[in-house]
Design a protein around this ligand. Structure first.
Ligand SMILES: NC(=O)c1ccc[n+]([C@@H]2O[C@H](COP(=O)([O-])OP(=O)(O)OC[C@H]3O[C@@H](n4cnc5c(N)ncnc54)[C@H](OP(=O)(O)O)[C@@H]3O)[C@@H](O)[C@H]2O)c1
Length: 301
């Protein structure tokens, strides 16, 4: 399984296990340990969390219980987590509506809470989950510096920011953001339209792509456009002699020169094995790649 070198010291696996749906997988702590070990054996070493994932924001805790049961796992994996989205939840009844918060006190408290839930001493990459329109970039830069100095977070990145938002926050910290995590799939190409993918090339950043299969909608079209995309993907699948259209989608994402990582949404081992095949062998032609882009609604001229 391939790795992506994000800077001189840090690499992540090209496939990342997304832990957003982990509570749906109904695994015992022993089974989470077994799953993490299974991933490591296949070279998938990076796990994507957020403070808010899972019912009652429990998914970091579920993962942390596995690390407690087998502490040696920690040194063989990279943990990504995120903060700044506030949503009403049982643990924080004082939150009554949805908003973003990058105030220093809030971010520091959230990172402490994530470390507690994950039962580990540091986070490899902390992402600011969404752009906070009330952000004070200077204060946020100082907050990130403090987290780095305290050894709580090794590296930082952003998620779901526009190129302008990314550049603005980058300007206020000497630490280079190591990645940008955002959505991309054949039913959602706004990050080609708005220049975010090209911004990754400009900055030399490998993005982390979330919801690569549109949350499963790729397989269950809900309208004529989605039906059409499914049949385009099926035609390409046949042309390439692949077993499933998920492989076409993964190859379509991997083909971009920014060397993206894909954050997988499945915990199904057979499906993960197919994703590994796709990461290791991108055979989609330039013409097939553009066919998907055009059918997704991109106008070339
Ligand atoms: N930064 C952000 O704002 C953000 C936002 C959303 C998500 N994320 C991250 O991205 C990760 C992935 O997102 P996602 O879960 O939406 O990814 P996704 O891969 O687009 O969707 C996963 C869903 O598709 C289903 N699926 C996968 N392969 C399938 C197949 N061959 N046939 C039928 N169904 C299939 C899965 O079901 P099975 O479980 O049954 O396989 C699951 O329900 C998350 O876990 C999270 O870590 C980040």
């Amino acid at each position: 399984m391939l790795n992506i070198q994000l800077n001189g010291e840090l690499s992540i696996s090209k496939l990342v296990i997304g832990c957003m749906r982990m509570n749906d997988w109904k695994l015992s702590t022993e089974q989470v340990v077994e799953f993490i070990e299974w991933c490591i054996e296949r070279g998938i070493t990076t796990f994507d969390h957020a403070d808010i994932y899972g019912g009652d924001h429990r998914n970091e805790s579920q993962f942390g219980e596995a690390l407690k049961l087998k502490p040696s796992l920690r040194e063989n994996i990279q943990i990504v987590t995120k903060c700044d989205i506030c949503v009403p939840n049982a643990k924080h009844p004082e939150i009554k509506t949805r908003f973003f918060n990058t105030d220093q006190a809030y971010v520091l408290a959230q990172v402490n809470e994530s470390l507690e839930k994950l039962q580990c001493g540091y986070i490899d990459i902390l992402l600011i989950h969404m752009f906070d329109l009330l952000v004070d970039p200077r204060e946020l830069g100082e907050t990130l510096q403090q987290l780095k100095s305290e050894g709580k977070v090794k590296y930082f990145g952003l998620s779901n920011h526009s190129p302008l938002e990314f550049d603005t926050l980058q300007k206020y910290t000497d630490m280079r953001f190591v990645t940008h995590q955002f959505m991309l799939h054949p039913l959602g190409i706004q990050n080609y339209h708005n220049g975010t993918m090209t911004h990754c090339l400009k900055e030399g950043i490998s993005p982390m792509i979330w919801s690569p299969l549109a949350g499963g909608r790729i397989f269950k079209p809900t309208n004529a456009v989605e039906e059409n995309m499914k049949s385009v993907l099926e035609t390409i699948r046949q042309e390439l002699g692949l077993t499933h259209i998920d492989e076409v989608v993964y190859q379509w994402i991997f083909k971009h020169s920014s060397n993206p990582a894909i954050v997988l949404g499945t915990g199904n081992k057979e499906r993960i094995e197919r994703a590994i095949q796709s990461a290791e062998n991108v055979r989609l032609t330039r013409e097939q790649w553009y066919k998907v882009l055009i059918e997704a609604g991109y106008t070339l001229w």
